[in-house]
Each structure stands twice: as C-alpha cells, then as structure tokens.
Design a protein around this ligand. Structure first.
Ligand code: 76R
Length: 246
C-alpha cells in the first residue's frame, strides 16, 4: 500500500513565539524511521516556507499538520496525496515482446534482471526514500476531460503508448531530476501531485518546458499553482522568517 503525502505552503507570523514547537513537531514526525520531511524556504512571495511530509501513518501526518498550524503560521495552500504504482509501467510481458521483436538472445536471464529492477523500482515509488537536494518544486496537475481531449475516453493501449513517450522524455533527466508522482484523485482538487527534487533550478525549468511539448502534457495536462523552494533544515527555514533565533 502507498504512503500518505502532505504538502504544506505556509505564511509565517513574523516575530511571534512558538516557532520551536513547529520544529519539534517536525522532528517528532520524522523520528519514525519511515516518515520523512523536506522543509523549504519558498522562492518568491506567495508563501514563506513549506513542508513536504510523507510516511505510512496518515494519522501522524494529520497530527503534524494540525500542530504546525497551531503554531505561528497560516496555511497558504496544501495538498494531500498518496504514493502509488502506475498502471502504465512496463510489464514483464511488454518487455518479453520487446526483446523478442529485437531478436535478443537469452531472453530469460534478461527478464530476470528486468524483474529485479522493476521490483526495486516499484518499491521506491510506493515507499520512497527522498534524497537530499538543494531544491524542491511542487505542483498539482490533472488530465483533461474536455471534449476532444478527454484522457479518460482514450483506450488503455493509446494511453499506455503516450505514457511511454512521456517516460522517454523523463528519463533524459535521470540524475538531474528526481520526480515523485503521487495520486490524489478523489482526495484533493487535482489528480496528481508532482514533486521534483533537483540541485539545479535550470533542470526544473527545462524538464517542465520539455514536457509541455509531449502530447501527454501538451494535449491532456492541466496544471495548478507551481511552488519552488530551497530545501533546508526546518530550523533554518524558521529562522529565515523570524520564527526562530538564527
Ligand atoms: O512507470 C514509471 O514510473 C516510469 C514511467 C512514468 C510514468 C508511468 C513516468 C516517468 N511518469 C509516469 C507517470 Mn511522469 N512526470 C510528470 C511530470 O509538467 C508536466 O508536464 C508533467 C509533470 C513530470 C515533470 C514527470 C517526470 N508522470 C506520470 C503521471 C501519472 C499519469 C497517469 O497515471 O495517468 C503523471 C501525472 C506524471 C507527470 N516522469 C517519468 C517524469 C520523469 C523525470 C520520468 C522518468 C523517471 C525514470 O524513469 O526514472
């Protein structure tokens, strides 16, 4: 089963006491071995700081959220989603067909390596271990249901073929961008949360720009607000907005 993911964008009540309690709430949440938090200072003025928290315990996520909001901060925006496996991931049968079409030799041992790689990959999607990167970008998105561009009316095979094209674009950014797509259909106002972790802001801009030309995004993508922040410790993020002594 997937984990819960909460993105919070916050406005600080500058100079007010109580920042330490926000820091303590984050530390207590993250003390659980599977629970992780990325704190960040928002670039721009639409929010001051933010948190991305994820873990197996949705109740713990809710307690963290409420405790942060009982401190000297207001929510500017929030997003709740779940980690999930994609329905479009290549299956062993897809891979076998691909290898056969290629005329590959020793298909069985190639497939056993594929199986292992996919198991590790799927585990990382459901139960991610977030790397330390300098930047975190987040935006929610949906697939369109407008007449003439209704993703949900397309046959599965067409959607899967288009998603393969999408993944091919995405893989060009291996090493520069770590993406985490979390599902929120029926849970929040958009269908997915897109979280991008990177050291270089240019990589974020480039991948989002390049994806715009890919049919999955060009024809069927609909986007919510974009947020980007500098990842740092919660203490650093709080002191930057006057909620903790530096
Ligand atoms: O199975 C897999 O996880 C790999 C193939 C893959 C899927 C199924 C994949 C690869 N993505 C998948 C699903 Mn993605 N992704 C986005 C965005 O801004 C935009 O235009 C779109 C936002 C980015 C930047 C991105 C990056 N992806 C999805 C889905 C769910 C669709 C559904 O279920 O209908 C969404 C909403 C989505 C959006 N994607 C990749 C990337 C990158 C970098 C990769 C390559 C990752 C890798 O192979 O390591």
């Amino acid at each position: 089963m997937g984990w819960g993911v909460t993105h919070l964008l916050l406005r600080a009540w500058r100079g007010q006491p109580g920042g330490q309690d926000i820091a303590d709430a984050v530390a207590e949440f993250a003390a659980d071995e599977n629970s992780q938090v990325i704190a960040f200072s928002v670039l721009g003025a639409r929010a001051d700081f933010g948190l991305m928290a994820l873990g197996p315990d949705v109740d713990a996520l809710d307690r963290l959220t409420k405790r942060v909001l009982s401190g000297p901060a207001d929510a500017v925006d929030s997003f709740f989603s779940l980690t999930e496996l994609s329905e479009y991931t290549s299956t062993e049968n897809d891979e076998r067909a691909r290898l056969e079409a290629e005329g590959a030799e020793d298909i069985d041992s190639t497939l056993s390596a594929f199986r292992e790689r996919m198991a590790a990959y799927q585990e990382a999607r459901l139960h991610p271990n977030l790397p330390d990167k300098r930047l975190i970008a987040f935006y929610p998105m949906s697939k369109t249901r407008t007449p003439g561009a209704n993703w949900y009316e397309l046959p599965f095979g067409e959607r899967k073929a288009m998603m393969r094209g999408h993944a091919t674009v995405g893989r060009k950014y291996a090493g520069r961008i770590l993406q985490l797509i979390t599902g929120s259909t029926g849970l929040d106002d958009w269908e997915w949360g897109v979280t991008l972790l990177a050291d270089d802001p240019v990589a974020i801009k480039e991948i989002v720009y390049e994806m715009r030309f890919d049919p999955v995004s060009a024809t069927y993508g609909e986007f919510g607000p974009f947020w980007v922040g500098l990842a740092m410790t919660i203490e650093q993020a709080l002191s930057r907005v006057g909620l903790l002594e530096a």
